[in-house]
Design a binder for this molecule. Structure first.
Ligand code: DOR
Length: 419
């Protein structure tokens, strides 16, 4: 029998089982095989011990929205660098958006992404397919074929689903497949924030009409939260996500960080931030997703209008979110639920839990560790973050992805220290 690893004396937090207490868990052959609160030990001695002394032991984080840039934009990020950056940030499952070159609108490109990720074996990578061929907003992709190839949703992210007609077709087909249409809500004509709310309102109406499932990506305004709240109260099939940056930063950040704070949707006002936090606590917004959007610093330079939009988010997500926990805006259980079991439920997969028998995807973090955001230490190629130079409180110490364990001074596996 393979040797196991006992993670001992951690604060186990698993909202899926309503667990929060000091205890230990044993992993073996990529699975969680035993868990107990208190001072119990598993039977037998065929395991190494990782003593974590009160650090938080959570199910591995799941990110429903990120950009890995491959194929096509390997100077910004690759599936390899993005995967390692995700693991460093505590993520063990990540869903990558299809605005690549070529875009993920066909089986072949989706298979390419999957096989590259499988070869790398860092984290679980689940691709999202395009809604429209070439992301052009015209013809619908062959949704059935893409679902067969393994996509977990459909999106023209970076742009909204362009027309109501296309949205109706997408929602109708995706309903049959049980997968969400993930919309980037932005109407360039309406102007922000009204432009966002106009498309959120359209999508809700069409989800109601078709019975399809719309997922609103990166919600950023108080008005959108209100629309989603009303829709959920009516039983319309809508889910939603919010990013760490929209939960923690306002447009004030633009003064200090310039284009590094340029992101789409843009950072909003304090009032919006408060509404987003309230929406998350109420469950109106279901999950937290990073929208990790790496760019070269060159692409972020130049005048504001032409600079690329996006924030490299994997490696600062936990630090940002723990800021909300330390200030009392979110409880640690709320934060973890929005990063684990709730995205797992949206994916419809048996993930995001420390339940015995499930995959040994585990994130161990120190909630009080203070650290300086030094982008030169980022594993991601994307050094683009307005948090550069800031102090964060809360850091991932170990990420275990399907039973493999990684430590984050460099890329070496912890294994060497235990065997
Ligand atoms: O800021 C953004 N960057 N928002 C998006 O929707 C797309 C993303 C990207 O791909 O860079």
């Amino acid at each position: 029998m393979t040797k196991g690893l006992l993670i001992r004396d951690g604060r186990l937090i698993d909202p899926s089982q309503k667990i929060d207490g000091i205890g230990s868990l044993l992993i073996r052959d990529g699975k969680i095989v035993w868990l107990a609160l208190g001072e119990l030990f598993p039977p037998g001695f065929d395991y190494d011990v990782l003593l974590v002394n009160g650090l938080i032991v959570s199910p591995g984080f799941i990110d429903f929205h990120c950009h890995l840039r491959e194929p096509g934009f390997g100077t910004k990020e690759t599936i390899s660098t993005g995967g390692w950056a995700a693991a460093k940030g505590g993520f063990t499952t990540i869903c990558c958006m299809p605005n690549t070159k070529p875009p993920l609108d066909n089986k072949r490109t989706i298979k390419y992404v999957k096989s590259k990720a499988d070869k790398e074996k860092v984290v679980r990578v689940l691709p999202i397919g395009c809604v429209s061929v070439g992301r052009k907003g015209e013809a619908l992709v062959d949704m059935k074929a893409l679902a067969k190839a393994g996509v977990v949703g459909f999106s023209d992210d970076g742009d909204p689903v362009r027309t109501a007609k296309l949205m109706i077709a997408a929602l109708t087909d995706s309903r049959e497949l049980g997968l969400p249409v993930i919309d980037h809500c932005e109407d360039p004509v309406g102007g922000a924030p009204k432009g966002e709310e106009k498309i959120v309102a359209r999508d809700i109406k069409l989800a109601d009409k078709t019975g399809g499932w719309v997922h609103i990506a990166h919600v950023s305004t108080a008005g959108s939260v209100r629309l989603i709240r009303e829709a959920k109260a009516k039983g319309i099939r809508v889910t939603a996500e919010v990013t760490p940056h929209h939960l923690t930063l306002t447009k004030e950040a633009l003064k200090k960080s310039g284009t590094l704070a340029k992101v789409n949707p843009p950072l909003r006002t304090k009032r919006d931030v408060q509404a987003l936090i309230q929406g998350l606590k109420e469950g109106v917004i279901d999950i937290i997703a990073t929208d990790h959007a790496p760019h070269t610093l060159r692409d972020k330079q130049g005048d504001f209008a032409s600079a690329a939009s996006g924030i490299s988010g994997f490696e600062t997500a936990l630090g940002s979110l723990m800021g909300l926990v330390h200030s009392g805006s979110l409880t640690i259980n709320e934060m973890i639920a929005c990063l684990t079991i709730k995205p797992a439920q949206i994916l419809g997969k048996q993930l995001g839990s420390l339940a015995v028998g499930t995959a040994a995807d585990i994130t161990i973090f120190d909630p009080n560790k203070e650290w300086l955001v030094d982008v030169n230490q980022f594993v991601s190629k994307g050094k683009n973050t307005p948090l550069a130079g800031s102090i964060q409180k809360g850091k991932v110490v170990v990420t275990i992805s399907a039973g493999e364990h990684f430590v984050w001074r460099g890329r070496e596996k912890l294994e060497a220290n235990f065997r």
